[in-house]
Structure formats: C-alpha cells, structure tokens
Design a protein around this ligand. Structure first.
Ligand SMILES: *Cc1c(COP(=O)(O)O)cnc(C)c1O
Length: 451
C-alpha cells in the first residue's frame, strides 16, 4: 500500500460491472444488488484488506445464489421437522409443481369452459382422496389459521369446551388458548392438568357450546396419573368435536403408533380435523381442515377464509406432495438404521482420510416440534470435535449440527443420501477454515455399538 491514497486505486463501479460475469449477475440478481456487493468489496480495497486487482474476483465470489437472503441449510440435527429450518423439505415433485405454477396458471380457471374454476380443486381433491373418511377439505395458510377459522365460524360468541391439559403453547410464545380467545369465542376449560373424564365434558356442553376441541400435545408428554377422553366417546355429545391433530399425518404410521392421524380421528367420530401441511405430511406451509361437508362449507364461506387462503404455489406443491412420491420427511422417518450406520461409517472414513478426526457413532433422531413427542428414532451420526459446529454453521454451505456431550454430531437421518456429498464438502471446508486447530475427543464408536 505504501504511502499512496488507497482510494485512488479502487476500481470504478462501472469498470467492475463491465466484466461479463458481473453483467450476467446483473440480469440474474438485479443491478442494485450487484452494486451493493461491489460497494462492499471496494470498501475492502479502501481499508487495505484487498488488492485492487482482485475486486472482480472477490465480487464474483461474494455474489449470492439468488436475489433473496434465505439460504439452503443442511439439516444434520437429527430433528426431522425443524421449525427453525423451515420444517418439511419439499420433494422434487413438489418443487417441480411449484415452479410450474409460478407463472400465470389455471388456479381459478376451467380451461375446458373458459369460465371461473374452483380455486385449489386439485389439491382439495387429492386430500379427500388420501383421507377416505373426509367428506370435504379446505386448505388455509397454516395449522393455526385452520384452528382460528374453525373457532370463528363455529364458536364466535359461544363456548369452546376444551380439556385444561390440552391448552398448549405451540412455540415462539404463541398459545392455542390465546389464539382461540382472539376469535371472540370463550374457552370452557374442563378437567385438570393431568386428568379429564367424559363426565367433565358432558357437564360443560350446553346450548352455548360451539364445539368440543381436542388438541394433540405435539411437543410434550404427560406421564403418570393421567387420563384423556377418546374422540369416539366425545362424538356421543350433541355438539361437533374438532380435533387439532397437529402433525398432518393422514393415516396411521407404524414408526409412530401414538401419533394421531386424520383418517383414524375422523373415522372415530370427529366432525372436523385440523392440521399443518408442513410437518409429518411433508408439504409446504399450509393448514388443513378435513371432515363433515356442512361444517367445511361453513368455514369455506366465512369472510375470514378469504384472509387465510393460500396461493397457487402452496396449492401446487401440496397437491404434488399428496399425489407424488413419498415426501422427504416420510423417507427420513422410514430410513433403514443399518443403512444410516453405513453412510456414517463411509463418511467418517472419507473425512479421516483428509486428516479430520471424525468417527461414526450411534445417534437418536426425533420427529421434532412437528409431532411424536418423546419418540426417538435410532440413527447414526458423524461425530466431530465441537468446534466444528460453528464453522459448519457459518460456512459457504451452512450445516446445522447437534451438540451433544461436547461433540458436534452430524445426524444423517434427516438427510437425503444425495446430500451426503454436500455435507462432506462442507466439513472439509470447515476444516480448512479452522486450520485444523482441534484434536479428537472420545465418543462411542459405531463399531462398538453394532454388529
Ligand atoms: C404445530 C401445531 C399447531 C400450529 O400449526 P402451524 O402450522 O404452525 O400454524 C397447532 N396445533 C398443534 C397441535 C400443532 O402441533
């Protein structure tokens, strides 16, 4: 740098933009965004951090992949449905459908007649086809919206009878009772925190009752002296029973036998079921309402429904999730544990070859906030020194790991096997960024736990 004023050496923005790679980036990302990145790189030259000759190279390197700031993150946490990571990853079929619907599309047009068509009919038909016990279905913005719409349309100015132990907080400080009360319905709590009986419900139901609500405790378990009332018994009451099953499981799944599903709940006598589309169902963020035709119609015709409706991208991705191949979430749920161990072993060996102190270990994955609380799924992970966690999170390809007993665990259950290569590259990059400054600490090797 010498005594020269570095400002004189900073390449002009227009000169940088003239490079064909950056002209291309302008058409892809928009000129203002590219100029902002160039300004940041010019600042590096001004402060003497970067040589003036490297401005184009550095700008190209710093360009984001898209014009949005959301970045793809590899979910190595072993939590299959991770709310902070956007819940369910979409299947390739759903992604393709979403892209196909992203331009102008026949979402509300019948191409045969040229007249207005029923919005979202394909996705609604697919839902009804997947849940035989549902006479009708409605798709809204998310699970909370489904519940709010049911409460508004069926219980505004009336009472919702609900067990005290089911008044749950769903996350980020949002509570189902607050949500329900915000609609103008009143809550009539029955039972105690741990126990409720049919007689409690029966005594509370009367002319002011809008419906009886059952909420699945999807993020906690109550053990010990407990009792709840089955949907089948509640359906004997003279009011509709609405069940918030949470996870969006459409039918029973053997890996999580205690998780309620839409088909069984409706078949048992629920009038309506509400659920999320982006938990165990594995689709885009959405809320599902399934059940009795007259009630679904009341919800669909309510003015609030217009404010909660979903866009064509959601409808398209949800329909493809329902009609297409098994979703990534279901694949992760059903992944063979021996196969996971083999993947972890292979990955650990490849990393060791690079001088990285990796080992394959047993791990316990979970479904996550999306359902099946308390259930662990046998899994396998690559164990690294804990310092890797931050390096992986902040790398070019962010990876979210799980810290356990001071180890950085990369659980493979939530990952498609095709993502293993991305993970491998990210770990080797993390090693370079840390200059190999960490040593190995012990962990249970997979070899000692299996075979
Ligand atoms: C997740 C969940 C909700 C909220 O659904 P969103 O799709 O996040 O709005 C409501 N009830 C239960 C039981 C849940 O598990």
């Amino acid at each position: 740098m010498g005594g020269d004023d570095p400002r004189r050496q900073v390449p002009r923005t227009d000169d940088v933009l003239a490079d064909p790679r950056l002209a291309d980036a302008c058409s892809r990302l928009g000129r203002p965004l590219v100029k902002r990145i160039i300004a940041g790189v010019q600042e590096l030259v001004r402060t003497g951090t970067l040589a003036p000759g490297n401005v184009v190279e550095e700008t190209v390197r710093a360009l984001p992949a898209t014009a949005a700031t959301l970045r793809p993150v590899v979910n190595a946490t072993g939590v299959l449905v991770h709310t902070n990571l956007g819940r369910a990853p979409l299947s390739t079929a759903a992604v393709a459908a979403l892209i196909a619907a992203s331009g102008t599309t026949d979402v509300e047009l019948d191409l045969d007649t040229g007249r207005r068509g029923r919005r979202g009919r394909g996705a609604v038909d697919a839902l009804c086809a997947a849940v035989a016990a549902a006479q009708a279905a409605l798709i809204v913005n998310n699970g909370a919206a489904a519940l709010v719409l049911a409460a508004t349309a069926l219980a505004q100015g009336k009472e919702i009878v609900v067990a005290r132990g089911e008044l749950v907080e769903i996350g980020d400080g949002f509570r189902i009772p607050d949500l329900l009360v915000s609609t103008g319905a009143q809550l009539r709590e029955v039972g105690t925190t741990n126990r409720v009986a049919f007689e409690d419900y029966a005594a509370a139901v009367g002319p002011d009752t809008g419906f009886v609500l059952k909420v699945h405790p999807s993020n906690f378990v109550v053990r010990g002296f407990t009792s709840a009332v089955e949907v089948g018994r509640l359906s004997a009451l003279a009011v509709p029973v609405v069940c918030d099953v949470g996870s969006g499981l459409l039918g029973p799944h053997p890996a999580i036998p205690d998780e309620p599903d839409a088909q069984s709940t409706l078949a048992a006598g629920a009038a309506l079921v509400t659920a999320s589309g982006d938990k165990l169902l594995g689709g885009p963020q959405s809320g599902l309402v399934l059940g009795r035709l007259d009630l679904v119609e009341m919800l669909r015709r309510h003015p609030l429904a217009r404010a909660l409706r979903v866009d064509k991208l959601t409808l398209s991705a949800l329909e493809a999730t329902l009609r297409g191949p098994r979703s990534p979430v279901l694949q992760a749920l059903e992944a063979d544990t021996d196969h996971l161990r083999e993947r972890a072993r292979r990955m650990a060996i490849r990393l060791q070859d690079k001088g990285i102190p990796a080992s394959a270990v047993e791990s316990a994955a979970r479904v996550g906030g999306g359902g099946a609380p308390g259930v662990t799924l046998a899994s396998a992970a690559v164990s690294l020194p804990s310092a890797y966690a931050a390096a992986l999170r902040t790398g070019q390809q962010p990876v979210l790991a799980r810290i356990e007993r001071d180890r950085c665990l990369l659980d493979l259950r939530a990952l498609d096997p095709l993502e293993d290569e991305v993970l491998y590259v990210a770990v080797t990059a993390a090693q370079l960024s840390m200059n190999g400054t960490v040593g190995d600490e012990g962990a249970t090797r997979i070899e000692t736990c299996t075979s």
